[in-house]
Write a protein that binds this ligand. Structure first.
Ligand code: ZN
Length: 249
């Protein structure tokens, strides 16, 4: 019996177009092609700056504006004669791309690391750092505070105090899930500072709880990540937590 060759699987390289071909597509499609080709995840809280070329953010903003205009239309809003919503699609597109979700599209802020010449090895607490984000589920605002505990060792790199806030802002300026946000922040700091112990506590108000759903105005959510010495040493953990001036404590 003659063997029939299985249909040749198309090589993945063929699916992806050249940059010239991509140039004819909307910016979001172009960026998506590059991400898929590189097998990179692009969830709402992933940073995709390495896949965005010069000028493409401007194109993205225009695309988002056009889609938001359709959302307003679907909500049966007369944006032509209603002066309040006339420019809303444009304003919101700018707010998403340039402000509240900016942490997806720009690279991490430059952070200078200093060797620990003084060989500091005492618990260091940074905070409260005010953070703003939006939940991935409802795109509703999240407002909160973050505290960071660091137990350095002689090989740790130290970073300037204001840099903790910059890195936190970069991670929070994306549609987020609080548990994932604190883990992302911990990973970033672990890699940069390489301390013996790292602890992060985030306490935040989720406006999807206040504005919709149960309309509960008092509930806030607290998450923590403990690594290294903070996991092993209950006294260190207690010391860190006792020093946080949290609102319900
Ligand atoms: Zn939500």
């Amino acid at each position: 019996m003659p063997k029939t060759a299985p249909p040749a699987a198309e090589s993945p390289a063929k699916i992806f177009r050249s940059e010239e071909e991509l140039a004819t597509l909307p910016a979001s499609e172009r960026i998506r092609y590059r991400l898929v080709k590189a097998q990179r995840r692009y969830h709402a809280n992933d940073n995709i700056a390495a896949f965005v070329r010069d000028g493409e953010l401007t194109e993205l903003k225009a695309e988002v504006q056009a889609k938001l205009q359709e959302v307003l239309q679907a909500l049966v809003t007369d944006t032509e004669s209603d002066h309040n919503t006339n420019e809303t699609a444009k304003r919101v597109a700018k707010m998403y791309v340039e402000e509240v979700f900016r942490g997806r599209y720009v690279p991490m802020p430059a952070v200078t690391e200093f060797p620990n010449v003084e060989r500091l090895n005492e618990l260091m607490i940074v905070g409260p750092i005010t953070v703003r984000s939006a939940c991935s589920h409802h795109m509703c605002p999240i407002f909160g505070k973050v505290w960071i505990g660091i137990l350095p060792n002689e090989h740790s790199n130290l970073i300037g105090l204001s840099k903790y806030a910059r890195i936190a802002d970069w991670i929070m300026s994306r549609p987020q899930i609080q548990e994932e946000a604190v883990t992302m922040l911990a990973n970033e700091l672990q890699e940069r500072v390489r301390p013996d112990g790292l602890a992060i506590v985030m306490e935040a108000d989720h406006f999807c709880m206040h504005w919709r759903g149960v309309k509960d105005t008092d509930t806030s959510m607290v998450n923590s990540v403990m690594r290294g010495a903070f996991l092993k040493d209950a006294n260190l953990r207690r010391e860190f937590l006792s020093l946080l001036p949290r609102k319900q404590s």
